[in-house]
Write a new protein. Sequence first.
Length: 360
Amino acid sequence: MANVILDNLVKHYGKTPVLHGIDLEVSDGEFVVLVGPSGCGKSTTLRMIAGLEDITSGQVSIGDRVVNNLEPKDRNIAMVFQNYAIYPHMTVRKNIGFGLRTSKKSKAEKLQRINEVAAMLDMTELLDRKPGQLSGGQRQRVAIGRAMVRDPDVFLFDEPLSNLDAQLRTQMRLEIKKLHQRVGRTIIFVTHDQVEAMTMADRIVIMKDGHIQQIGSPFEVFHKPANQFVARFIGAPPMNMLEGRYQQGKLHLQDDIVLDLGGRVFSAAAASKLAEHPQVVIGMRPDDLRVTSEPGHFKGEVALIEPLGSETLVYANVGAKELIAKAPGRVPPTAGDQVSLAIESELIHLFDTRDGVLIE
Ligand code: ADP
């Protein structure tokens, strides 16, 4: 069992900086997901933890031991990649056992351990098969089995589900989460898919351009995004954003729309920021913006609807802007309808236009 601490981790490729001082503490047994757009530095961070990339500066500790100068094999970690290399000519038993090739255990102990891992992954029946006789999900489980068999302190996953079709990804997401609950090991998981991050993580680390933007539980990053980038990256469809000006409890938006915040009380810090710089970007989640038969805050014309079954996404033209809202699934509006949209003022996010940081 082990925690993982990254202390001011910096990476340059030649003269190009790609990580600018990453600080992160992953607790023992925690499931942490690194997420962000392609090229933001997720894999590089993971590979530095694994020992597969040199560290330009900073420190990586695993289980209170600085591992900067330790070989990957001495870090007691196991890594599962997107292109899991399982050997087609070997049985599942041999493929899983491959993880033990350098172990000093006896043959009987190794077989015992392979059986334990196969049972944990529900693969006992498949031990004599070869990869060609397995489904994509089963092959992925073999790769995970090979990582598990050495009983590492830390599992590192690098986009392991990216090559699977949508249905299988959803299934594997659940399997990995259940496995974590059962085995209780520390997991650091890299993905560019925010849904994967939200559904699996205890905590999410959102990265952009080699910087951490926010670290928090799925609940925190969704409901209290630290800045506009996080607000747009987490949640689908993305948060609606409008520019406006705050004045005495009201937001003055485009097309002479005035949004009364209904006596919403701001913290002292937020109030002083708004007084100093009243220009804001307001963010409204499509989930929070409801199509209503009451007067509402915005009037618009429905351009398009997307029925999702239990609810319907409504794309409405409000002046020059398009806003995305939600309507109940059973009685949705149709294209061309005039609709009102409403939101509780407490659910409106205000961002500073200067740096995109959340005001409140
Ligand atoms: P992510 O995993 O978030 O997609 P990476 O960690 O793979 O991002 O890459 C971060 C940045 O580092 C990217 O801009 C990428 O082009 C650059 N990079 C990655 N590997 C190398 C390398 N071996 N040489 C030079 N630049 C690299």
